[in-house]
Write a protein that binds this ligand. Sequence first.
Ligand code: WT7
Length: 629
Amino acid sequence: MGKSKDIYYPSKKVVENATVKDYDKLYKKSVKDIEKFWAEEAKRLEWFKPWNKVLDDSEFPFYKWFVGGKTNIISNAIDRHLKTANRNKLAIIWEGEPGDIKTYSYHALAREVCEFANVLKAMGVRKGEVVTIYMPQIPEQVFAMLACAKIGAVHSVVYGGFSHEAIAERVNDAKSRVIITADGGYRRGKPTQLKEIVNKAMEIAPTLEICITVKRTGEDVYMENDRDYWYHELKSLPIAGHSCGTEEMDAEDPLFILYTSGSTGKPKGLVHTHGGYSVYTSATHRMVFDIKPEDRWWCAADPGWITGHSYLVYAPLINGATLFMYEGAPNHPYPDRWWRMIDKFGINILYTSPTAIRGLMRYGESWVTKHDLSSLRLLGSVGEPINPEAWKWYYRVVGQERCPIMDTWWQTETGGFVITPLPITPLKPGSATKPFFGHEIAVVDEDGNEVAPNEVGALVLKNPWPGMARTILNDPERYKDTYWKKFEEKRWYHAGDSAKKDEDGYFWIIGRSDDVIKVSGYRLGTAEIESAVVSHDAVTEAAAIPLPHELKGNAIHVYAILKEGVSPSKQLEKEVKDHVAQVMGPIAKPEEIVFVDSLPKTRSGKIMRRVLKARALGEDEGDLTTLDD
Ligand code: WT7
């Protein structure tokens, strides 16, 4: 099969276990009638009231799914399980970085979520209101998200590594009134200072009236009367009863917004819904990872990203699995922390990112192999293309050549997996393999013609799917322009990635084709980085580009022009780097800042980042006809 010899076939045992035994057959059926396929998936879930139309495409590109249906993601993620034997099953196993452990059955989870929901109600939170969550990876972060969903409020989780400016920008866009945080969390043995960052954000986010703080580290924090409340104090009041009804939502009502970077400086608040998102995340998770009732599932992403929303929180709970969650750094106190926990809790599936794998790989095999990892059945990867070397290490050392690797390609916008293997799929290291059910996918040129096998082109998704983001909050025009304008007549979704498809129909993702940089799997916009750089007093202009990095996949390299009279120095480089980390958060800290006298620009004044990149890599600079001398 295929030309490449580098193909990995699943074992007989994996195939016997598999939920889907014949990909081609189900795939053909699914794309022949996507509405029928998705309706069958939707029927697996509980609805207050069934839909009367599966897909409404009359207002392209603003698709609607399960129109007329009434549901709430919580009826499927929690309530339904309370009526079955799942009630007493563990929903969450959590380990804190210092080694503290907490477990919650579905019954206990339901109580925690009800209490949190009642507290939010007492704070005046209403259906449709946006609540901002800025928390460490502790169980309360999950409770807070679920509590919002339960009462019909819309959560907006801001990753705990972001700066106060980043929080304020998101809060101001969503006009959020309530923010939930913690005094801090643990990272590499030290408490982080989340509440302090929220306090600074509150100064520049005028809509925020109330901050609820969960006590985690016990560090001193500054709090103001009538603005700041400790969660444990609210929770002990009579208002926080153990029962709370689940709000009946329209299938298309928003469940959350999640901000992500695009090619302009302003982050996009993508909107996901109760109905379609429940169906899409649970179906992809069940079929791709063969979820079984006895499974212990670990998605090692932070809930602050879409991976955490879809596959740490919602899909595993809807599927009634036991999810594992860890607070801290993978190498604390030693580089075997992850492997120790897999052994200790008997984790069956690990879903993580290439950057995490590369990071753990450098410590050597013995940290892994000294633990018993025989509980592992499947592995997963997400966030960026996985280099074959890391793939093979993950396969051989972690999975002991027993566990197929599900390399899942998707985006914040897609809500769930789009290109992905199933456990039965023969794997080629570095390829996300084939489309998930219901998707027809192509690699095309500028005019929308499919390119020849192994040629690079733009990745397009031809069919709508229930998990797709419905719009960008407050900016539907931008939603149209970014994803749908390019191939408008054909109604194709333009993903913004360049890719190849080989002669076996396997997809190979190359990377972003827009001004987005993936650093350690995190998505950052060049425009955001550049404006952070020029907000430093010494700088007038800057260009940011990604260059390959052994651990991070890509690292940020900045070319900056200094103001008249300022001279470049190592000290200034450090200062500007720290400034960017301060403004955007530590993940955006540039690897290198080179001070230059000019930047290559087109005659219309656009910076040609492509030229900077080619020069840095010593590659051909390509077509320079638009370059201004
Ligand atoms: C971008 C989306 C999807 C959750 C995490 C990232 C890249 C994602 C893969 C993969 C190659 C991948 C793409 C995509 N990407 N998964 N398996 N192989 N590239 O979500 O932050 O919205 O980023 O991540 O470039 O467009 P995101």
